[in-house]
Design a protein around this ligand. Structure first.
Ligand SMILES: Nc1ncnc2c1ncn2[C@@H]1O[C@H](COP(=O)(O)OP(=O)(O)OP(=O)(O)O)[C@@H](O)[C@H]1O
Ligand SMILES: [Mg+2]
Length: 350
């Protein structure tokens, strides 16, 4: 499905939570690869399983969580079964996470420079205190914190939200990770600052040859930042493709719905934005078939009962929708043209 070297492979991940109300099936069989040097976006509405997928990678879920099946391969090791001690070495060092709220990861009681220094000391064998301090300052410079020498001695509460997020990025990147997982790292910031942080992340990825999983519910951010995208819904992947494929040839009614609900550059100012009516499925008792069927205006009977198989559209683009099957009826089918051209042996998305 991809040409690049993959650094991380998630295979059939199922993660659930034991709760008083029953078992919440948050992630229900998700598979994807992260390639070297790419920014992979995970998008979808609230509650679709983005954070649980991300937290499963580093096993940082609460006690009531369980991984029911699946493998998460990193450098030939399955992170889901790796002994805790080995996992700790990977966490923060080789794979690091940036969260939405920096205050959950930064200690309020320690100067920010020291916090980065500590992370470096913990994750770099044999490094001296002096070198760790130098590297910490260097990272503050790299994330464009003005006057890093004096900011080094600031406590987190003395910085603005945008600056704190920069410190988080500096900390996450300070141990030269191969993979960074960023879970909605900019949603708490105002739009201008968001943009600056996204540009910074992109710049850092390119210059450090990082692979990034970027979680967001904002398709505008995806267009700006991501190379490839996975669309999640109800704990399952609905569509996967390059950012261009998804924006220009969305091939799942859910992706189309998401696109209709955001402002687009090529859209008339007068055109109304259409939020997707209805709400996501109950993950205590998720539907057997396509999780989107109840909100899908093209749904057919098969969608209720049968989970769609993957339909491969191009080497990088695939969709899980019955409407793309060869034998799907052509009426009330937004993909009738695609299936017709496939019958004629023509290239898709042409
Ligand atoms: N600790 C928990 N106990 C029980 N259910 C949980 C727990 N954490 C998450 N869930 C459930 O798992 C599902 C997926 O949650 P997740 O946090 O991955 O959503 P998300 O896509 O990240 O949403 P958001 O955009 O709001 O961050 C949701 O239905 C949520 O209620
Ligand atoms: Mg989340």
């Amino acid at each position: 499905m991809n040409n690049g070297d993959s650094v991380l492979q998630v295979e059939n991940l199922k993660t659930s939570f034991r709760t008083k109300a029953g078992i919440v099936q948050a992630v229900r069989g998700v598979s994807f690869e992260l390639n070297k040097g790419e920014v992979l976006g995970i998008v979808g509405e609230s509650g679709c399983g983005k954070s649980v997928t991300a937290m499963s990678v580093l096993r940082v879920l609460p006690e009531n969580a369980r991984h029911d099946t699946g493998r998460i391969l990193y450098m030939g090791k399955d992170l889901l079964t790796l002994p805790k001690k080995e996992l700790r070495k990977i966490r923060g060092g080789e794979i690091s996470m940036i969260f939405q709220d920096p205050m959950t990861s930064l200690s309020p009681l320690m100067k920010i420079g020291r916090q980065i220094e500590e992370a470096i000391l913990q994750n770099t064998q044999g490094i001296s205190k002096q070198d760790a301090r130098k590297k910490s300052l260097d990272m503050l410079k790299k994330v464009h914190i003005p006057d890093p020498e004096s900011r080094y001695n600031c406590y987190p509460h003395e910085l603005s939200g945008g600056m704190r997020q920069r410190v988080m990025i500096a900390m996450a990147l300070s141990c030269n990770p191969r993979v960074v997982i960023a879970d909605e790292p900019t949603t708490a910031l105002d739009v201008t600052i968001q943009k600056q942080i996204l540009l910074l992340l992109k710049e850092m990825c390119r210059s450090m040859d990082l692979s990034v999983i970027f979680i967001t519910h904002d398709l505008g951010v995806v267009a700006e930042l991501c190379d490839r995208v996975i669309v999640l819904y109800g704990g399952l992947i609905m569509e996967e493709g390059t950012a261009v494929e998804l924006f220009e040839h969305p091939s799942h009614p859910y992706t189309m719905g998401l696109l209709d609900s955001i402002p687009r550059l090529d859209q008339d100012k007068g055109e109304k934005l259409m939020p997707i009516p209805g709400s996501p499925p109950d993950l205590l008792a998720p539907p057997d078939g396509c999780p989107f069927y109840a909100r899908c205006k093209y749904a057919r009977r098969i969608c209720i009962h049968e989970k769609p198989d993957v339909i491969t559209l191009t080497e990088s683009h695939s969709s899980f929708c019955h409407l793309l099957r060869e034998d799907a009826p052509k009426n009330n089918n937004p993909f009738a043209d695609i299936t017709k051209s496939r019958e004629r042996g023509e290239p898709e998305n042409g």
